[in-house]
Design a protein around this ligand. Sequence first.
Ligand SMILES: C[S@@+](CC[C@H](N)C(=O)[O-])C[C@H]1O[C@@H](n2cnc3c(N)ncnc32)[C@H](O)[C@@H]1O
Ligand SMILES: [Zn+2]
Length: 260
Amino acid sequence: MSIIVCPKCREKLNIDGNSLRCINNHSFDFSREGYVNLLLTNKSGDKKGDSKESAHARHNFLAKGYYDVLKNAIGKKMQGTVLDICCGEGYYDTYDGELYGFDISKEMVRLAAKSNKSGKYFVANLSQIPIDDKSIDTAVHLFAPFNDREFARILKDDGNLYSVIPGENHLIEMKELLYDVPYKNDEKAPDSSCLYLAEREKVSEKVHISSEDLFELFSMTPYFYRTSEQNKSRLKSSGDIDLTVEFVILKYRKNKPKEI
Ligand SMILES: C[S@@+](CC[C@H](N)C(=O)[O-])C[C@H]1O[C@@H](n2cnc3c(N)ncnc32)[C@H](O)[C@@H]1O
Ligand SMILES: [Zn+2]
């Protein structure tokens, strides 16, 4: 039975030929790569997300394996029905079981569907996830906006949400090259009134990275736009370095209903 619901009327969507269709006859075609666009583009707030260029840049970078330590750790958490929230290009979706993934960027979802043939991917906005209530055992959410009410709605009562944020020392050697006073990430877990933080786990590794790859990574971070040309050039002349990649995996669970 389908857990994907119609973005127009919230009824279940079922496979009908090359489309997904609800009982009210709203239908959404499968693309060549096998994903479905469930974004109602005339709705305010449905921005297209990351551009094609940044999608491809991230795809090429991740394929080099520098974040594999996180991919392996997240892969081990996946069980039951899995949803990758803001999946990007689906790099972390190594699970063989039932896996759904969505992102607001069509290009990201296209890449995800192309590289993970068994995953079910759709384009959608985090503000109204087209997934039925209480249908997900494991939700994963990496480096993306937080929407705890939607996360709590789609999770089964005993489901887990794994949300990943950068660790305090993430890319610290890169920051040391760029800035006189590099600051550390604060590792602050997002607060929620409908989910509670059950566990936090740190995953970290040192990777050897070429200066070209380091610059490519840098250009994908928010630091890129805040750094002067002079400081950027320090990175270009750095040569290969050992770089810390560090992540915090936050496990959230649904608040237990209050006993009366
Ligand atoms: C930094 S990327 C992380 C992608 C992926 N989780 C990963 O780690 O490779 C953030 C992603 O969030 C997506 N995104 C941003 N706002 C969104 C929204 N309102 N609904 C769905 N996806 C959104 C972007 O398109 C982008 O792919
Ligand atoms: Zn419908």
